[in-house]
Design a protein. Structure first.
Length: 218
């Protein structure tokens, strides 16, 4: 106890650098056992194509973090199956908390405007994930292979999504992360979720430096 009090006197504030340094070997071990070099693709769109080939049929696509709808639009073109369904979740008011020095509270806001996607298979649900996901799940029944695209940036958002969707993430479901390289946010959320819920996954594809990754739930 005395050592803890002394440490607090010396370091009264969290040291983000030490957190990242401690998490780095965890990250390196995870990607080493999860991915093979042949699974690297040049960009996120190439990764989406790998995932779509893996699924090979209609999908239920849930995107967490829509912003202007670029990736959601890409997916509707990539998977034109008439039975596929696409759901986009976003407050459209920007980040609810600061992510980085360059992406602070309110970043990525569209001033509340929901992007217009001319596809009847698409539905956008407006609101914070903490307010919108549980009501959505009350009436949602999966019909197809599930793809969950987490582009939430923040640890709190990514962890909430994973834990809330846990019962949906049956074997062969796919989870994609858009900022997996961020050791203190999306990667950290996956670590805490997989540890608490005893979940494991195989790697499907990744972009350089593991910025984006696609995982298949076991």
């Amino acid at each position: 106890m005395k050592k803890r009090k002394l440490a607090y006197l010396l370091y009264p504030k969290p040291i983000a650098l030490l957190d990242s340094l401690n998490k780095n070997p965890v990250f390196e071990r995870f990607v080493a056992v999860t991915f093979e070099s042949r699974q690297q693709v040049p960009n996120r769109f190439a990764m989406y194509e790998v995932v779509n080939r893996e699924v090979a049929g209609p999908i239920d696509f849930l995107e967490l973090g829509v912003w202007k709808g670029e990736s959601l639009t890409f997916w509707t073109t990539l998977n034109p199956h008439p039975e596929s369904r696409f759901f986009g979740f976003d407050s459209f008011e920007g980040l609810p908390e600061t992510w980085t020095d360059a992406s602070k509270l309110g970043a990525f806001s569209t001033l509340g405007q929901v992007p217009r996607l001319n596809d009847h298979r698409v539905r956008c649900i407006k609101g914070l994930f903490q307010s919108s996901l549980r009501p959505f799940l009350k009436s949602f029944t999966p019909r197809n292979r599930l793809i969950v695209h987490i582009d939430s940036d923040l640890y709190s958002s990514a962890l909430f999504v994973l834990t809330t969707f846990d019962e949906l993430l049956i074997s062969d479901s796919v989870v994609m992360f858009d900022e997996f390289y961020d050791l203190r946010n999306e990667f950290d959320a996956w670590c805490d979720y997989s540890k608490a819920f005893y979940r494991k996954a195989n790697g499907l594809a990744f972009t350089p430096d593991y910025a984006q990754v696609a995982l298949k739930i076991l």
